[in-house]
Design a protein around this ligand. Sequence first.
Ligand code: S3P
Length: 426
Amino acid sequence: MQEVITPGGALRGNVRLPGDKSISHRYGMLASVAEGTTVIRNYSSGADCHSTLGCVRTLGIGVEIDGRQVKVHGRGLRGYTAPATDLDAGNSGSTIRMLSGLLAGQHFRSRLIGDASLSQRPMQRIMGPLTQMGARLSARDGKFPPLEIEGGPLQPIDYAMPVASAQVKSCVLLAGLLAEGETTVREPATTRDHTEVALREFGVELESGRGWVKVKGPAHLEARELSVPGDLSSAAFFLVAGAIVPNSELILPGVGLNPTRATLIDFLVSCGASVEILDVKMQNGEPVGDLRVRGSRLRGGVIEKQWAAALIDEIPVLAILGAVSEQGLTVRDAAELRVKETDRIETVAANLRALGVKIETAADGFHIPGGQSFHAGSVHSHGDHRIAMAFAVAALRADGPVLIEESEAASVSFPEFWTTLRGTVG
Ligand code: S3P
């Protein structure tokens, strides 16, 4: 599919966001190994989170889906049945990497597959620690899906992650639930802590400190009633859109503001964006608030060191902000961009150039000079949801229509994106 976005005037209105993708995955997975029925409200409508539900169904767990409400009939840590077919993670790195932790400790073999993009993404980062814990794993060329897991009894480990990855941390913690004893994970930079927060909600006791977290197995999870906050990474597209289009004013109600994610707000404000947090409450251990963004004079900025890990999913849309800001955007220490749904350094660069914007790339980032304009033209998502949505935002500041090829990619995290965007224009 294709979408054409024609630049209009200021953006106005309320933006309804899908449920947070990271939190939905975790609630869906943890509910599947809890005792009893968990009710999850505002579950992400994104295809990725439905891949997680599809996998737990294939593992014999009852799942009822009614719009954004999901009920999962968990049967405890050992309640899965051996899957009769492959487990299809679709486009979802979170599904394949995190679920592998739970599968490593089961007494059966499973095989996880994914789409063309997922089949090119590195799995050694979870194969290493899970092998140390005693599971047997094999993958295509030793590193890519399909991933086969021969589960079995697990030993606890103390694991220092070489890359800052919340998926890897979560995978090891989930395996730790099934191991006999204390499993510790240490991270080189702070990554999102939704797994830790969600585990506590399901009644698991964790110990944690700066840069480490410890879980004791075998654990017991109790079913819960939970609500998922709005997705801050989806909000990012509207926060940047509202900031770069003059005279805009958007309200984004009920957005998840976990401090390990909310670096985005700090960065936007540091660039000069007018983003306000209107009120905050706690919901299932996660802070949630309403946001207001207004058209702003933007300076631009630098993303490096621990900010690169914290902003990794938002860098594509921040590149759009960078191009129209006064001083531009420099990104360093973000080599992980190269192993996301696409190589996001290359897909951002190719699409910016297609719209007449200059960018210099490096192995671990890029530099986009400020004060540039987007020209009418056509771009390609390359099947990457965040690239499709980032360039829809660019189109709002273009000098004519922008055609986005393979626009349906947005539905991986935000199926309502195109109608939501059109609802705020003009
Ligand atoms: C995620 C962690 C990040 C992020 C991804 C979601 C998660 O990936 O990019 O979109 O929910 O834990 P990495 O763990 O590979 O950094």
